[in-house]
Design a protein. Structure first.
Length: 455
């Protein structure tokens, strides 16, 4: 791995260094993965792929999750299709509440039962409760009397963050303070999914230390994505000559679909562009649906806008889209853009989070937008900039196709599920300090020891 563990970091945590003999309870590295809920979005797919893919001769993975609340789409079916049966803690949800203390205790109970070598948390709520439970798990042991915690590594993945565009300034400051404390006292390694996200979290918001960070980009199941389109996709395209512009994601504040509709209104008001037979599609659902539909009515574009709702076949809808947009206020690395690029679509996105890490090299800077190898970008919350970026793609179909081809090639070579699993296996193996030979030697030593300590 490019990011080597330092012995000083290991020693600070009271854990064995790479060269130390490691007490192995069996033939597998046990990974407990925790996420607050399997709602619609990239993180639910990510943890499902990792849990299913890291159950083999080397690893045992367990997924723990909470309940998806009403109003959010539930992706438990995705985990189920992969054979992943999560342990469900009903009290674990997105919002802060007194029940979080009970969640910590229930997670601690599961840790005592599973005895993980690695606790890996995902997203904010699971990151807080899971890392607090892991801290207790490490130190609630008799060996703590001589300052020797249980050997267990704690990892947290930031898929995005809540440090701006989610809450008011006071609440965001509180969350930053909590995350700084968790990084300092409860976390060995921090995984981010792009270099831009690392710069934001480490340098801008001052969370963690450089030695803690590892960049492991997302991966995509190309076999799932590249299945032939099903009959239901025919309903999106109503005419063979229309230009279909889509946006895929939860209808919630941070996705900022209102900007997408505002940009659409600007395009449809320009007769030279509107003559291209434009239609706009929102794929996804959420609590803002009624408000967004009313917004489309106020803008006078409702006849050109389709609200497709939540679709389990959303991956197959990309084949019917000419351009895929993303207008978010805050992102990690958006899986929808990766899916769109893998499907050969040119993309138009706001420059937030890890978006620019997906776009390739910048080609030119136009007025209020930029042209990249794989698509175009505009500043966040700039409806006119987004409209101009979309107009650029609408008017240049040949360039759209070239961008789509380059984006597809990039995803195929850099962002596959297989690469993700390989990177994570290498990271976990380095983390526990066990090469294949060291693991074999440790197992033999464990078998030859009678009455060894059960940690």
């Amino acid at each position: 791995m490019r990011n080597q563990l330092t012995e000083s970091c290991v020693a600070q945590r009271g854990l064995p260094t790479t060269g130390d003999p490691l007490r192995v309870r069996g033939s597998h590295i046990r990974v407990m993965r925790i996420i607050d809920r399997l709602n619609i979005g990239g993180p639910a797919k990510h943890v499902s792929w990792l849990t299913a893919g890291l159950n083999n001769e080397r690893f045992q993975s367990v997924l723990i999750t909470g309940i998806v609340p009403d109003g959010e789409g539930d992706m438990s079916y995705f985990a189920d299709a992969l054979g992943v049966k999560p342990i469900v803690i009903p009290e674990m949800s997105r919002e802060l509440s007194w029940r979080d203390a009970l969640v910590v205790l229930k997670l601690l109970r599961q840790m005592w039962r599973i005895r993980p070598d690695i606790v890996h948390t995902h997203k904010s709520k699971a990151g807080a409760t899971g890392r607090l439970a892991a801290l207790l798990y490490r130190w609630l042991t008799p060996s703590a009397l001589w300052l020797q915690p249980r050997p267990c590594w704690v990892v947290h993945t930031y898929h995005g963050h809540t440090f701006h565009s989610y809450f008011g300034p006071a609440r965001q400051w509180v969350f930053q303070m909590i995350e700084r404390a968790l990084a300092r006292f409860c976390t060995d390694r921090i995984i981010v999914i792009s270099q831009q996200q690392r710069r934001e979290i480490l340098e801008q918001f001052r969370i963690g230390q450089p030695r803690q960070f590892v960049v492991i980009p997302l991966g995509l199941d190309l076999d799932e994505l590249l299945q032939p389109p099903c009959a239901t996709t025919d309903r999106l395209r109503q005419a063979p000559d229309e230009v279909l512009i889509g946006i895929v994601g939860r209808l919630c504040e941070v996705k900022n679909h209102a900007l997408f509709l505002d940009a659409a209104a600007r395009l449809l008001a320009d007769q030279s562009v509107a003559n291209n037979n434009l239609r706009f599609v929102l794929v996804g659902d959420g609590h803002l649906r009624d408000r967004l539909q009313a917004h489309a009515q106020r803008l006078g574009i409702a006849e050109r806008v389709m609200f497709a709702g939540f679709r389990r076949d959303a991956l197959r809808l990309y084949a019917d889209l000419d351009i895929v947009a993303l207008t978010s206020l805050n992102e990690g690395t958006p899986l929808t853009l990766i899916e769109a690029m893998a499907s050969g679509c040119a993309v138009a996105a706001t420059e937030v989070g890890g978006v620019i890490d997906l776009m390739g090299a910048r080609q030119t800077e136009q007025e209020r937008f930029s042209v990249w190898e794989h698509g175009v970008t505009a500043r966040s919350q700039d409806a006119e900039g987004m409209a101009r970026a979309l107009r650029f793609l609408i008017e240049q179909p040949a360039m759209r196709r070239q961008m789509g081809q380059r984006g597809r090639a990039y995803v195929m070579s850099h962002l596959t599920k297989e690469r993700l699993l390989s990177d994570m296996q290498a990271f976990y193996s380095e983390l526990v300090g066990l090469s294949a030979e060291a693991l074999s030697q440790a197992r033999r030593a464990a078998r030859s020891t009678v009455g060894g300590e059960n940690v």
